[in-house]
Write a protein that binds this ligand. Structure first.
Ligand code: AMP
Length: 376
């Protein structure tokens, strides 16, 4: 067992809001944090010890990160395989390149899940135009065509209702895709699992997620699902993390269908937007748990204190004027997080608000009210 103790240095691939919040968890625990990101003014820059401003395929920068750090983790899974190999030759990379290779490619990911007996939406790989017709035969129409790699926040995917639409979308995407059957889900949940380098594993309670325009909009806990289904989702998540041999965090996005079965949509080998409310809602946040997991420390208690809700703040809120921050602070239970991004673009995640409450409805209503107040 390799124990990485305070005073050691943790490297993070990517310097966005997830790295910022990882750093905000690691620094008070006594760790140094070094971030690799192409942007020297990335969101993590103001809260970490050093930014190596370089591209993710910059060999010299990767070697520098490896030489300065005792462990490297990530907020971004699309670092080229050659870069990951450079790191892994010199320093523990957690999660490993093998996990990242599977989790960042929808074809490998779905294949892995089905191979271990986990159900997904019906799907077929589409690598060339001629794959589309048999794929539609398999999954039916309407369906969703998704790029196999690099998609995020609903980008790189489109609903298709005819073969012609699917062909047009495939040539527009111009890369390997998966065609997925449309799932009639009741709700979407995510389960975040931490698995430490000493093999300890823990799953946060399922979070319920509502999306708007393909982007996470509101997360609430506890999810509105019956206790047995909660157990099914948690067991499934723990099993996937164990089979993948993840060290660090693994987020499993799931659909709960109308007939109360659970299908896995997607894996993310890192902290996740749906887990942001753990900062206030749980004794150990997803970010602290990630640090504990990659450093081989005992995992922390994650039983939620209360019900809670998180709403995302997208750049659209800035459209007419700078949001009215004071109006949000006037509401007593509002926790505001801003990521320090200089440019507010439509659809860009700029921050979030979390509110805890005695019930989900109370917390959600208060969080939505706080967001509305920003534009008052
Ligand atoms: P993804 O990028 O795969 O996480 O998809 C983004 C969002 O699109 C999901 O959170 C769902 O709301 C929706 N979605 C994705 N795949 C499907 C599907 N097969 N059936 C129904 N909705 C889907």
């Amino acid at each position: 067992m390799s124990l990485i103790l305070p005073g050691s240095s943790i490297g993070i691939l990517g310097g966005g809001q997830l790295a910022r919040m990882l750093s905000l968890a690691a620094t008070p625990m006594g760790y140094k944090v070094i971030v690799l990101d192409p942007d020297p003014n990335c969101p993590a820059a103001s809260v970490c010890d050093e930014v190596i401003a370089a591209k993710f395929d910059d060999v010299i920068a990767l070697e520098k990160l490896a030489s300065l750090c005792d462990v490297v983790t990530l907020e971004f899974e699309n670092v080229p395989a050659s870069g990951l190999a450079i790191l892994e030759a010199k320093v523990p990379l957690r999660p490993s390149a093998k996990v990242l290779e599977i989790a960042r490619n929808r074809i490998l990911e779905k294949q892995f899940l089905n191979d271990i007996g986990v159900e997904t939406a019906p799907w077929a790989a589409v690598r060339v135009m001629d794959d589309l017709e048999p794929a539609i035969g398999l999954v039916g129409l309407p369906a969703i065509l998704k790029i196999a790699t690099m998609g995020y926040d609903g980008k790189g995917q489109t609903k298709v209702t005819t073969l012609e639409e699917a062909q047009a979308a495939f040539s527009r995407f111009g890369m390997d895709c998966v065609l997925e059957g449309l799932v009639a889900f009741n709700l979407e949940i995510s389960v975040i699992v931490a698995r430490s380098s000493r093999g300890e594993v823990r799953a946060f309670v399922p979070f319920e997620n509502a999306h708007a325009n393909g982007i996470l909009d509101v997360t609430t806990i506890p999810a509105n699902i019956a206790e047995p289904l909660t157990r099914v989702a948690e067991k499934m998540a723990l099993e996937i993390a164990a089979k993948l041999e993840v060290i660090g965090l693994l987020t499993i996005e799931m659909f709960v269908t109308k007939d109360a079965s659970v299908l896995v949509n997607e894996l993310a080998p890192r902290p996740h937007n749906s887990g942001h409310l753990t900062i206030e809602a749980c004794p150990t946040s997803q970010f602290e748990q990630a640090i504990r997991a990659v450093c081989g420390l005992k995992l922390g208690n994650i039983t939620p204190h209360n019900s809670g809700a998180m709403v995302n703040l997208l750049g659209d809120l800035w459209q007419n004027a700078v949001p009215n921050w004071n109006a949000a602070f006037e509401l007593p239970n509002t926790h505001l997080h801003l990521y320090g991004k200089l440019e507010a673009r439509a659809g860009r995640k700029m921050g979030h608000i979390t509110v805890l409450g005695e019930s989900v409805q109370e917390a959600r209503d208060a969080a939505l009210k706080a967001r509305e107040a920003l534009n008052s």
